[in-house]
Ligand binder design. Structure first.
Ligand code: GLC
Length: 409
């Protein structure tokens, strides 16, 4: 398969390239930068969500799965980007968000049975939201209590309702029909919940990945990681045919085999969080490597930047590791120029504190880093000291190091 040894580049569309001066990245901007991706040598790119969204979770609260948010452009812009990418030999992955929608999605009012509601007047169990507090909130309109694994603005879909399964399969077919090459599948772990809504037990303390404190106090065996999820993923696979499906399954490596039944790849999160020591890295890599079908990853839009985590002195070794491990590797935009965490925004856009990992790409040394001609939605961090243009011109730069690793000449 084309992806078996691929380097895939994650684009965070709001922060990659603005083309119309509104300070927010867009599809035409991405199209202008395709030659950069070709030069870098990646095989594909993944677009974080480009669908209409009220932005409670910056695109991961989707209010229409088969449309383009006007801030990013139009469906024509999308088709043009896809065609241009393909013409340049780049494959395109979209972000599929099957486990929840925005509370402003028309389904929430028109098809409330597509969501998960408490059978009692209040939370029926102790489940917690990833972002803190109860996973249940009261809907002021109907008075019922609905489940949300993430923000209250992101009600969870009920995958036990065949209508949900069919609707999400239609979403997959819609985008495949336009020509996309696959999907990164968001927040799969909790796609199906316990039918009896049983309480999650207290955490045993051995979960291998970092979790927000309050959320981590419970072992999420009923609210998430259900055996029934295999069937749900199977339904996505049925619609996807042999398009690439990379799952965001936020669990330790030992849990992956069942998820890989219908997914091509799952992100190797233990590697992303491994402390920077040979021993810890080996412990994270060996079991994941044995599965043969993990996507190696050292950064994304949810966690501290690679350069901040491993330190400037280790960014080259991190690139060596990421891009020489056997199999598929994902690179988060900006990591190839060593972008660190930024200052974020005050007041925060993301209530969970992830603005710092989402600052604009720095293309040149100008004050906005060539990202926009307007006011950038998040300030560039340090375009004068760090930018693509300067690093391209310097054979010893981190950027050229990435390039050589991606396609050795
Ligand atoms: C995934 C996304 C994250 C989002 C969450 C809920 O973890 O990467 O950004 O907040 O899902 O959709």
């Amino acid at each position: 398969m084309w992806w078996e040894d691929a380097a895939v580049y994650q684009i965070y569309p709001r922060s990659f390239q603005d083309s119309d001066g509104d300070g927010i990245g867009d599809l035409r901007g991405i199209a202008h930068r395709l030659d950069y991706l070709v030069w870098l040598g990646v095989d594909a790119f993944w677009l974080s969500p480009i669908y209409p969204s009220p932005l409670a979770d910056f695109g991961y609260d989707v209010s229409d799965h088969t449309a383009i948010d006007p801030v990013f452009g139009t469906m024509e812009d999308f088709d043009a980007l896809l065609a241009e990418a393909h013409a340049k030999g780049l494959r395109v992955l979209l972000d599929l968000v099957p486990s929840h929608t925005s509370i402003e999605h028309s389904w929430f009012r028109e098809h409330p049975d597509r969501y998960i509601w408490s059978p009692v007047d209040g939370p029926p169990n102790n489940w917690r939201s990833v972002f803190g507090g109860s996973a249940w909130s009261r809907d002021d309109v109907s008075g019922g209590w609905y489940l949300h694994t993430f923000y209250a603005e992101q009600p969870d879909l009920n995958w036990r309702n065949p209508e949900v399964v069919a609707a999400m399969q239609d979403v997959v077919r819609f985008w495949l029909g336009r020509g996309v090459d696959g999907f990164r599948v968001d927040a799969l772990t909790g796609i199906v919940k316990d039918a009896e809504l049983r309480d999650d037990p207290p955490a045993a303390g051995d979960f291998p990945l970092p979790l927000p404190r309050e959320f981590g106090e419970l072992e999420h065996v009923y609210s998430s990681n259900r055996p029934e999820a295999v069937e749900a993923v199977g339904a996505l696979r049925e619609a996807a045919g042999d398009a690439l499906l990379v799952g965001e399954v936020f669990l330790g490596t030992a849990e992956y085999p069942r998820w890989l039944e219908h997914l091509d790849l799952v992100f190797a999160f233990e590697l992303l969080f491994a402390p920077w020591s040979a021993e810890a890295l080996r412990a994270a890599i060996e079991p994941a490597e044995a599965l043969k079908r993990v996507a190696w990853v050292l950064g994304n839009h949810d966690f501290d930047r690679l350069a901040t985590r491993v330190g400037e002195e280790n960014v080259r070794a991190a690139a060596d590791l990421l891009l020489t491990l056997p199999g598929t590797a994902f690179i988060y935009q900006g990591d190839e120029i060593g972008l660190p965490d930024g200052p974020g925004h005050d007041p925060p856009y993301d209530r969970a504190g992830r603005d710092r990992f989402r600052h604009p790409m720095q293309w040149d040394a100008s004050p906005t880093g060539g990202f926009t001609t307007g006011e950038p939605w998040l300030v560039p961090i340090d375009p004068e000291e760090r930018n693509v243009e300067a690093q391209r011109a310097d054979p010893d730069s981190l950027l050229n190091h990435y390039r050589r690793l991606i396609h050795p000449e």
